[in-house]
Design a protein around this ligand. Structure first.
Ligand SMILES: [Zn+2]
Ligand SMILES: [Zn+2]
Length: 266
């Protein structure tokens, strides 16, 4: 993610801190607006991403569609929003605010482009799905309670989602294929290089084994605690997270994540 690091150095200060808080808050607000105040169901229509109406001047639709809650059921919406909040902040702690912003807004942009290119409605369904898929890739063994009773690891849910996406790409008409691909482009940007490198490495390791040769990768630390300066090279068991309350992206070891004084710039 070299180019992302470069972008971060230039534009990192524009990242929205705690983005998931705002999105989840606005989804909850929208839910109340739609289902407690609006019996006739016209508000929700006003928020949808409909390209023809955007071109007619209703430009707010480019952003409001992401605040439409994922379900109409009050109980489920509470759980869904808590879950979105949880996986969103987890990703932000893992990547830092800037990369999480890039991931989220690339997904938004992909959704908008697909909606415009092929007409029809834009939906935040795939966007939210890619957030989940990123979470499942980073924490495959995290267990959630499906339907509140059945414990299941997120990697299995992710497999079901991938199967569903692949099925759509293989069997649906071209506009739908492209829409699905455009919506998951953020995932491909973030994890594609890693996946390709992994496949290459496997073949390299295989070749090297047969030649009895070992490649020494150059060692530089990826993570460093802002307080004590520890890196994953000091102890491979150490874990690091970005703090979403510090200004700018600052990383901490678990010991200092909750005990440091938040960085204030200026
Ligand atoms: Zn530390
Ligand atoms: Zn902090």
């Amino acid at each position: 993610m070299n180019w992302l690091d470069k972008l971060e150095r230039k534009f990192g200060r524009f990242a929205i801190k705690g983005l998931s808080r705002y999105i989840v808050f606005l989804m909850a607000f929208t839910y109340c607006l739609i289902y407690f105040l609006d019996v006739s169901g016209t508000y929700i229509f006003k928020l949808m991403l409909i390209p023809d109406l955007v071109l007619d001047g209703e430009v707010w639709r480019l952003i409001t569609f992401i605040f439409i809650p994922p379900t109409t059921n009050l109980l489920w919406v509470v759980f869904a929003l808590m879950f979105y909040y949880f996986i969103g902040t987890t990703l932000e702690r893992e990547w830092g605010s800037f990369k999480f912003n890039v991931y989220y807004f690339t997904g938004v942009l992909g959704t908008i482009i697909a909606a415009f290119a092929f007409g029809g409605f834009g939906t935040s369904f795939y966007l939210n799905l890619t957030i989940f898929l990123a979470f499942a890739r980073l924490y495959p063994n995290y267990e959630i309670q499906l339907y509140l009773v059945l414990p299941i690891k997120v990697k299995y849910l992710a497999w079901v989602d991938w199967f569903y996406l692949l099925y759509a790409i293989l069997t649906q008409p071209v506009p739908v294929k492209i829409t699905v691909i455009a919506s998951i482009v953020n995932y491909l940007i973030f994890f594609g290089p890693e996946m390709i490198a992994y496949m290459r490495n496997r073949s390299v390791v295989y070749q090297n084994r047969s030649r009895f040769r070992v490649i020494h990768a150059p060692k530089t630390a990826k993570h460093k605690c802002t307080v004590c300066g520890a890196t994953e090279m000091d102890d491979s068991k150490l874990e690091f997270r970005y703090c979403i309350d510090c200004e700018g992206d600052h990383e901490y070891c678990m010991e200092h994540l909750n005990t440091h004084e938040h960085v204030r710039e200026g």
